[in-house]
Structure formats: C-alpha cells, structure tokens
Design a protein around this ligand. Structure first.
Ligand SMILES: NC(=O)CC[C@H](N)C(=O)O
Length: 279
C-alpha cells in the first residue's frame, strides 16, 4: 500500500532532504516539493496539490530568514495561497508534522493546537530565555495519554534541538486546556527521566510546562521543536560509542545502524495511514 508524503522546501528551509530521507526509510513514498510548485509563482501555474498526499511534513530551517518571527512569512504565504487546500487536507483526515520551523508555521497558521472555538493563533514560539540559539541534544519524554499518532509507543529518548525561537508560551487558560485534553505530546526531560521543571539547560528555551511538542485533538496534526529526522539511526547520537562500550561490556549486542527513536515518529505516521486506508 502506497503512503504518499510531501516534504515542503524553499526559501531558507534546510531540513527537507533529511526529513525526506527519514520518511523514505519509514516506508513512505516521499518527495521534496518546492512551495512555489504548490502556490504557483509569477505566471507559472501550481503543479502539485495537497490532495495528492497522505502526510505533509513542514520542515526545519529559516524560512524567509525568520523575518517577523520564525515561520511567520511562510505561514502567511500558505494561508493566502493555499488556505482552503490546507483546511481540506486536515478535514479529510490527512497527517501533518511540523518540525522546528515547521512547528512555528503550524502554530502561526492556527492549526495547532486547534482547540474548539479557536481558529486563530492561540499559542506562540518565542525567543529562547537564554537569549541565543541552542544547538545540542536534549532528553525527551513522550506523554503516554496524548492522542498523538506520531509519538505512539515512545517514552524516553534523546533528540537534537537547533533553534533560537523555541519557547512555547500560551495563556494560563489555553495551557490548562492543552493539559486537560492531553495535547502536550512531548516534554523536555531532566536527563534522568523526570520533567525538566523549567530548569536550564535541560529545558533549553524556557517553554511553559516543559512543552517540546503538541498535537491537535485528533492527534493527526503534530508539531515539535526537536528534530526527529536527525536521529533515525543509533550512530547519530553523540554518545553512541559510549553506549556501544557499555553494551559490549555487558555482552549485549549493539547495532550502530539500527533504527533510532526519531525514525519511530515517521514509522508511526506511515502505519497510521496504512491502517486508515485498510478500513
Ligand atoms: N532549525 C529550525 O528549524 C530553527 C527554526 C527557527 N529558525 C529558529 O531559530 O527558531
């Protein structure tokens, strides 16, 4: 069964090839599509439509140089040129993942968290508390009670972060609604399996409630600041040789090429589409 994925590229986005690779490894028929191929550009008609795909990936990078804030210009462009198509894609049961800059786009579009009665932006990703760009690995804790399709079966693992505007903020009321509905899918851990509790550097940006990723009520629309496409095999982890040593000492096997936690996000998405199509 074919699962088609679109990986959005263009104007300062820089994680398209890596994300496409992860989706291909996960078994999707993935392709990188330039935003102009969807919107049309200067007399050139659009050559792709969103209804050709099952999964949309809004990838990381610096779209339009983060002018006016991360993801703001790309979100405006998508809303103005493709608003109806995006709405239809979501209403028809499509899956979407927004990674880092892509998360900022989904938030700016108002697709996340998409709480009942809220159609406009209700949460934001703003400048990190520490005042600079953070490029390193952090511990992730997945929320078992979240309806998120992408984090199914995941609990505690590491992922890389690379962002300057990752601080998740919302009003107390919206935060309470997110928590009540289980829409917080991922949090920053303290490195020992508990929540980071707002502490820097474990919570790298000052996000409220240690929020690293949220989903909508269907669990099919998901955004996160860390980069799952950067950890699809074991040897991408900065401490993988140490882990190999530990395993070897205990006489346990270790395969540096084995799939890692980040790949699971994409495998889960492909599996969910297959299950839906099989119905
Ligand atoms: N890696 C990314 O996608 C970064 C997103 C955005 N440019 C930021 O710095 O916050």
């Amino acid at each position: 069964m074919t699962v088609r994925a679109l990986v959005l590229a263009g104007y300062g986005l820089n994680c398209d090839v890596e994300t496409n690779h992860a989706l291909l490894l996960a078994g999707a028929e993935a392709e990188v599509v330039h935003v102009n191929d969807l919107t049309g550009y200067k007399g050139h008609k659009p050559v792709k439509t969103l209804d050709q795909y099952d999964i949309l990936a809004f990838v990381g990078g610096f779209s339009w140089g983060d002018d006016h804030g991360g993801g703001v210009v790309l979100a405006a462009r998508l809303a103005n040129h493709l608003g109806d198509q995006v709405r239809e894609f979501v209403d028809q049961g499509g899956l979407a993942i927004g990674i880092c800059n892509g998360f900022q786009v989904l938030v700016n579009l108002g697709l996340l968290p998409g709480l009942k009665g809220q159609t406009e932006r209700s949460v934001a990703l703003i400048a990190n508390n520490c005042g600079n760009f953070q490029d390193r690995w952090v511990e992730m804790l997945a929320e078992p009670k979240s309806p998120c399709v992408f984090t199914r079966g995941l609990s505690r693992f590491d992922l890389p972060i690379r962002h300057g505007e990752g601080k998740f903020v919302a009003t107390d009321e919206t935060l309470a609604r997110l928590e009540e509905n289980g829409l917080v899918a991922l949090r920053y851990g303290d490195g020992r399996g508990d929540r980071a509790n707002g502490e820097f550097p474990q919570n790298p940006n000052g996000s409220k409630n240690d929020i690293a990723g949220i989903c909508d009520q269907t669990g099919r629309i998901f955004g996160l600041m860390p980069h799952p496409e950067g950890f699809y095999r074991q040897s991408q982890h900065p401490l993988w040789t140490r882990l190999r040593e530990e395993k070897t000492r205990k006489g346990e096997p270790f395969d540096s090429m084995a799939p890692a936690a980040g790949l699971k996000f994409f495998q889960n998405a492909v599996e969910a589409v297959k299950q839906e199509k099989a119905k």
